[in-house]
Design a binder for this molecule. Structure first.
Ligand code: ZN
Length: 237
């Protein structure tokens, strides 16, 4: 089947996944979750990105179907994550950064599966990555494999989870976007995606917007610099 649901937050990774989906699938639905994230600027970004993709629909073979945003704001009342509460992002006693939101991706994948099931889609595309990541256990390939099985059993219908960024560094994720949409895609990601954990979206750097100091900004800046080096070296070869 050529139908997919993309977990689309408005960040760099899920926006790259959306470009990937529109390149490889005929019909693509998007799902966003408002879970009380401090960086809720992401949710505004996703609207802008969807508008741009609709305007520039001829760039991709896939058709962008409707978008859904689910309100899960009360998730923040259950957990004490630095992404949903006012506390610093540091390494916790459990060996995970305090930005970990317990259950987040497990819940999101379940919601995406519900939408996929209803639309007759058998694929969920999500931006989890094992490389350059913060150790979040729900981003591991093992978790996704297990979720594939659970969701397929729970729906009595096969569901595939495709994670095109699973083995890509941040630099390689920029390179993938470049492959999918060239300079247009890179500029769109730089200008309109939000990754900063603090939700800073008024400070523009070479790599896009953000505070420049939180772990997400540091990773994005490093990845973008490496990607530019890669491009430069390829041109010299
Ligand atoms: Zn930041």
């Amino acid at each position: 089947m050529q139908k997919a649901v993309v977990l689309f937050s408005g960040g760099q990774d899920s926006s790259t996944c959306l470009l990937y989906a529109l390149t490889h699938y005929a019909h693509v639905w998007t799902l966003g979750i408002s879970y009380g994230q401090k960086h809720s600027v992401e949710l505004a970004c996703r609207k802008t990105i969807l508008d741009i993709l609709k305007q520039d629909r001829d760039r991709f073979t896939g058709s962008l179907e409707e978008d859904h945003v689910i309100d899960l704001k009360d998730l923040a009342t259950l957990t004490d994550s630095a992404l949903t509460n006012d506390k610093p992002i540091v390494m916790g006693a459990n060996g995970l950064p305090t930005s970990f939101v317990p259950g987040r991706n497990v819940i999101f994948l379940s919601l995406a599966a519900a939408l996929a099931y209803d639309r007759g889609a058998d694929t969920i595309i999500a931006g989890m990555s094992q490389v350059d990541y913060s150790g979040y256990p729900d981003c591991r390939e093992e978790t996704l494999k297990s979720m594939t099985q659970t969701l397929s059993l729970g729906l009595n219908s096969p569901i595939h989870i495709e994670a095109p960024l699973m083995h890509l560094s941040k630099a390689a994720t920029w390179a993938l976007a470049n492959e999918l949409g060239g300079e247009w895609a890179i500029n769109m990601l730089l200008e309109h995606t939000a990754t900063c954990y603090r939700g800073v979206h008024n400070k523009r750097h070479a790599w896009g917007y953000g505070c420049g100091e939180c772990p997400a900004c540091v990773l994005r800046a490093k990845g973008y610099a490496e990607f530019r080096d890669m491009l430069h070296n390829n041109r010299l070869e």
